[in-house]
Design a protein around this ligand. Structure first.
Ligand code: UT7
Length: 318
């Protein structure tokens, strides 16, 4: 059976680090509040020269090197982002051009914080149906550009960054084993941006009912992970690492408890990255590959939840 194998991973972060203390000089907040309520200590913030395109490109280049692939091998690029460089063309096509690729196809995917999981499932389907053989899946975000820097309830939560996977069509037991995607647009007003080209003709700012999102996140994440494990017939205790969307440490603790697994099996990077939306899962995955936690042959469960609401999970053998 042809599977989508994770052949390489990479990530990139802006140079500038903003600590909680830095934020307390801008809005009425404190390091103590942010750490206790979220687990976040610092985040990276893009400067004017760093964009979704440049961060995505840097992550993609590292993933290609890690996979031992040439850019010319790539026949599909999907970029998950809610913060594209321009409304159009798709930032994925800009990265395609930056990589010197003139064949295959590239497009952006928008499922907010679940974007990378949606993109991975889409690429997997395309690989399994023979439409692609080597896919570059990127999550890249510059949420700092759409934050209301006077709103302490949201601006302390997010950061910028990018992560990327190279997926290759390969026979065997490794690769993506199962995926499940969900959305429920009745909750659109709980996490959204108050602008857009067709309405305000502006980019808008992020707005969130934090408590409501929190409540749904724990329930949705646990249920979608259980669904994927059920579909793949894999017991939860066989999962070596959980690589979740990085929004709030308390959400991850509650999710681990609901699943009945130890928290230390969750890869957590939100302390130093904050919530990087569609970049958070591949960024965390890359950190755990680089530091030796995630090893070849292990079973990994990725999951995310974001605006829409959208949520989903992917089970893979790395
Ligand atoms: O990536 C998409 C998914 N996003 C998420 O999963 C986010 C989910 N939500 C959350 O992570 C949490 O709800 C937050 C971290 C956003 C907020 O934590 P909370 O424990 O739900 O706090 P809260 O909104 O209930 O606010 C508690 C208090 C309020 O003050 P009062 O009304 O009790 O006087 C807020 O005004 O904390 C206040 N507050 C702050 N205080 C200091 C809100 N933000 C801050 C702040 N610094 N930055």
């Amino acid at each position: 059976m042809i599977r989508s194998v994770i052949a390489g991973v990479g990530s990139a972060l802006p140079k500038r680090i903003m600590t909680n203390d830095d934020l307390s000089k801008i809005v009425d907040t404190s390091d103590e509040w942010i750490r206790e309520r979220t687990g976040i200590k610092a985040r990276h913030i893009a400067d004017d020269s760093e964009t979704t395109r440049t961060l995505g490109l840097a992550a993609a280049q590292k993933a290609l090197v890690h996979a031992g692939c040439a850019a010319s091998d790539v026949d599909l690029i999907i970029l998950a982002t809610s913060t594209p460089d321009n409304t159009f063309p798709a930032t994925a096509t800009l990265i395609q051009a930056d990589l010197g690729i003139t064949t295959g196809f590239a497009f952006d995917m928008q499922a907010v914080c679940s974007g990378f999981v949606f993109a991975l499932a889409t690429a997997d389907a395309m690989i399994k149906t023979g439409q692609a053989k080597c896919a570059l899946i990127i999550g890249s975000e510059t949420f700092s550009r759409i934050l209301d820097w006077t709103d302490r309830a949201t601006c302390v939560l997010f950061g910028d960054g990018a992560g990327a996977f190279v997926l290759k069509a390969q026979e065997g037991d490794a690769g993506i084993l199962a995926s499940k995607l969900c959305s429920d647009g009745r909750h659109a007003n709980k996490l959204y941006v108050d602008g857009g080209p067709s309405t305000t003709k502006t980019v808008g700012h992020l707005r969130m009912e934090g408590r409501e999102v929190f409540k749904h996140a724990v329930v949705n994440m646990a249920s979608v992970m259980n669904a994927v494990l059920h579909d793949a017939n894999v017991p939860v205790l066989d999962v070596d690492w959980f690589v979740p969307h990085q929004a709030n440490k308390r959400i991850l603790e509650a999710t681990a408890k609901k699943l009945g697994v130890a928290e230390d099996r969750f890869v957590i990077t939100l302390d130093s990255h904050g919530n990087t939306s569609a970049a958070s899962v591949p960024l965390a995955f890359d950190v755990a590959v680089q530091d030796g936690r995630i090893k070849r042959g292990q079973t990994i469960l990725m999951e995310a939840m974001g605006g829409g609401f959208t949520w989903g999970a992917i089970l893979a053998r790395y």
